[in-house]
Design a protein around this ligand. Structure first.
Ligand code: HEC
Ligand code: HEC
Length: 322
């Protein structure tokens, strides 16, 4: 790979990790997709949304290595442009599919056969629409697009400018992306039963390496843990209850920030999607018997089953030095 491209790729990768996630990306925002098209100056915000919500599975840059677990964003764009050349139809089709992926609605039948159906993500419709508009207008996945990005020098703000809430969100998102894409790759390669071993062995080290990278400690906790070492403490459990109560009323809650003398701790909800149910859904319903057998063997005190999609599964706890 020529050095220039390499440099641009690392910039994109850094941008992906750094993808700051402003209030416009909050999942709890229930505003529907009726907002007018984003003016040109807001487009980088749409790109950041794509980086933080889609890039863990869909590669945005051409080429590159790492496990391939979904078609590249450029391939998705081409398939949709061929079927929906008009802007309005394109945006509607991409938004609708991303909001609620079904085999029937899928255009890329071969991709469904190869990778499995895209899981439901729970991203706000308004954000999906902004992402779809960006995808229509920009040749995502091409060298030309990469170069236009580096020309715009869309450099994310520096760490020091971010509030603890934004920094914590960034670390939590980085961990979530690393875990999510590795997990999906593991499920595709070995099936859910094989991937339980992967989770057992790998989930903690991944969390650790992300934490080291950011000089912060990122943990996952739950009120119904699979691994007893991940049990929420009373403060965390209280926030989980508050999140569940807000969700039952159709509301969202801002992340909880707790400031102590030497550190600031931020808590972010972890919610379930379709992919999680293979291992956290109903026993013998979504969790296959062979997966259950591995879980029983490794986690005799497992409480992390019986979930449906879009439920509070636990928290990312991000402890940042002051
Ligand atoms: C957890 C991994 C994952 C994430 C995150 C993800 N996707 Fe996907 N997506 C897939 C997979 C796998 C496919 C291929 C199978 C399919 O078509 O459903 C896919 C396919 C698609 C397709 C083509 C569907 C079709 O077959 O017609 C669209 C459109 C799409 N994704 C949009 C998005 C958008 C927009 C985002 C971010 C908001 C996103 N995806 C995030 C895994 C993911
Ligand atoms: C392939 C099976 C598998 C899938 C799929 C899976 N998990 Fe897990 N999950 C596990 C295992 C095994 C553990 C225990 C890891 C450990 O020992 O720390 C775990 C632990 C967790 C924990 C830490 C708290 C606890 O219960 O120990 C959270 C939070 C979590 N998973 C959320 C999710 C979410 C959200 C998804 C979907 C995006 C998901 N998991 C998908 C197997 C899976």
């Amino acid at each position: 790979m020529p050095p220039k491209t390499h440099q641009i790729l690392s910039t994109i990768f850094a941008a992906l990790l750094l993808a700051a996630c402003g209030p416009e990306s909050s999942k709890s925002d229930a505003r529907s997709g009726e907002a007018p098209a984003a003016p040109a100056k807001e487009r980088p915000a749409a790109l950041r949304l794509m980086q933080s919500n889609c890039a863990s599975c869909h590669k945005l840059a051409p080429g590159g290595d790492g496990p391939v677990i979904a078609p590249g964003m450029g391939e998705v764009r081409e398939a949709y442009l061929a079927a929906f050349p008009e802007r309005e139809d394109f945006v509607k089709a991409v938004t609708e599919f991303s909001k609620n992926p079904t085999k029937e609605a899928a255009l890329m039948k071969q991709a469904v056969a190869k990778y499995g159906l895209m899981p439901k993500l729970g991203v706000a419709e308004r954000d999906l629409k902004a992402i779809s508009e960006y995808l229509y207008e920009n040749e995502v996945g091409t060298e030309a697009w990469l170069h236009s990005l580096s020309a715009e020098s869309d450099v994310p703000e520096s760490e020091e400018d971010l509030s603890y809430e934004e920094r914590g969100r960034k670390y939590a998102l980085g961990t979530k992306q690393a875990l999510g894409s590795e997990l999906m790759a593991a499920v595709q390669e070995r099936g859910a039963a094989g991937a339980v071993d992967f989770c057992n062995i790998r989930a903690l080290p991944i969390t650790d390496s992300m934490s080291t990278k950011y000089g912060a400690v990122v943990r996952r906790v739950s009120d119904r843990p699979r691994n007893p070492g991940n049990r929420a403490n009373p403060e965390e459990a209280a926030y989980i209850e508050a999140l569940k109560a807000a969700k039952a009323k159709g509301e969202g809650l801002p992340p909880l920030i707790s400031e102590k003398a030497a550190s600031v701790t931020a808590y972010y909800a972890i919610e379930t999607n379709d992919m999680c149910l293979k291992c956290h859904g109903g026993k013998d319903i979504q969790i296959a018997p062979e997966t259950q057998a591995v879980i029983n063997q490794r986690y005799p005190k497992d409480l992390a089953y019986g979930y449906d999609v879009n439920e509070i599964r636990g928290l990312f706890v991000v402890e940042m030095p002051r």
